[in-house]
Design a protein around this ligand. Structure first.
Ligand SMILES: Nc1ncnc2c1ncn2[C@@H]1O[C@H](COP(=O)(O)OP(=O)(O)O)[C@@H](O)[C@H]1O
Ligand SMILES: [Mg+2]
Length: 329
């Protein structure tokens, strides 16, 4: 069995990410690949597209095809709970300070949503990719801005954490030096009237150990995201200037992060023949947008999907779309 592939469908709201992701997943499943599609969009519509009820528990749509709509509130609550527990573990020796107060404030900290989604991605990758229980993992993502912040998180965090690890080592070195001068093997201080022992050894320092653990976790997900044989982003746009220009910015950003963009789907391309003047104008604008696509994304695999005369919902409609997307790997 070959390695699992991971595909992120990214694009502006309304361009057809969910629809294309669903059609792609359906095709992969029909080709015999065990496929899991996960909606990470807080405004889920994956269930609507498959015309079925979905939730946080994996649900089988048909043979080889399983879908999940992550429960956003539960995901954020779980993230905060884990974070709180980790903080209490690390700062256990500082129990005299009221840690709950600090942990409570975390709810409103910037970046919590991105962290929580990334946590869930890591969980899914561990559960399904590392255990090799699926061949194709498809993510339907939130609108572009949030998605890019989530995907950048591992790379940015790695830089931060390595700096913090350096700092922590320097602090421990100082503590060690002071303990030596004082002729003691331990280092004790008084906080709020309580004597507490501070670790001086790297191996015993919960903060350094936690940083190391975080570093390893982020390295793992970063290498999964930047492994071009495994993961890539499929950008979806409409033949209109704004989504195309936004897509170009996303493409440049992802390239900087070392994340591969393998396809560009231009969805909802109007193919009309005998038309009125207004529509002729619309078609001329579309032509202009399409040439912008080829100008901004030269060399990229571009797939055009026609504007269908029906809303592509339900398996039967998705089959037609899947056929159009058959060249997308
Ligand atoms: N090729 C297409 N032709 C016609 N309608 C489409 C096409 N692709 C998507 N749609 C419709 O466009 C709307 C937005 O699609 P959706 O997949 O929900 O977008 P997104 O997930 O990017 O917000 C839906 O009503 C969907 O049925
Ligand atoms: Mg959607």
């Amino acid at each position: 069995m070959r390695q699992t592939i991971i595909r992120f469908f990214v694009g502006k709201g309304g361009v057809g990410k969910t629809t294309c992701a669903a059609a792609y997943a359906l095709r992969k499943a029909r080709e015999g690949y065990r496929t899991l599609i996960v909606s990470l969009d807080p405004a889920h519509n994956l269930g609507d597209v498959f015309d079925t009820e979905l939730g946080d528990e994996p649900r089988t749509i048909e043979s080889n095809l399983v879908a999940i709509e992550v429960d956003y509130d539960a995901m954020i609550r779980k993230h905060l709970k884990t974070l709180g527990e980790r903080i209490k573990d690390i700062y256990g020796y500082l129990r005299v300070l009221n840690l709950d107060k600090y942990i409570d404030v975390l709810k409103h900290a910037p970046g919590i949503e991105e962290q929580a989604v990334l946590d869930r991605i890591v969980e899914i990758v561990k559960d399904y990719v590392f255990r090799k229980s699926v061949d194709v993992l498809v993510f339907d993502t939130p609108p572009t801005g949030l998605t890019l912040r989530i995907m950048a998180l591992p790379a940015i965090s790695l830089i931060w954490i390595s700096k913090l690890m350096e700092l922590r080592l320097a602090i421990l070195d100082r503590r060690k030096a002071i303990a030596r001068v004082l002729g003691e093997r331990r280092w004790e201080v008084v906080v709020a009237g309580h004597r507490i022992e501070l670790p001086i050894d790297v191996a015993e320092d919960p903060i350094f150990q936690e940083l190391k653990k975080l570093y390893e976790e982020y390295s793992m997900i970063h290498s999964v995201l930047t492994n071009k044989d495994m993961s890539s982003v499929i950008i979806v746009v409409n033949p209109e200037t704004l989504p195309i220009v936004e897509a170009k910015r996303a493409y440049d950003f992802l390239s900087k992060l070392g994340i591969s963009v393998s396809y560009l789907i231009v969805n909802k391309v109007l193919k009309l023949h005998a038309v009125s003047n207004e529509l002729r104008q619309k078609l001329t604008e579309q032509e202009r947008a399409l040439s912008l696509v080829h100008q901004l994304f030269s060399g990229m695999n571009v797939v055009e999907v026609p504007y269908l005369p029906f809303e592509p919902r339900g398996i039967e409609a998705l089959e037609k779309l899947a056929q159009i997307l058959k060249s997308v790997e």
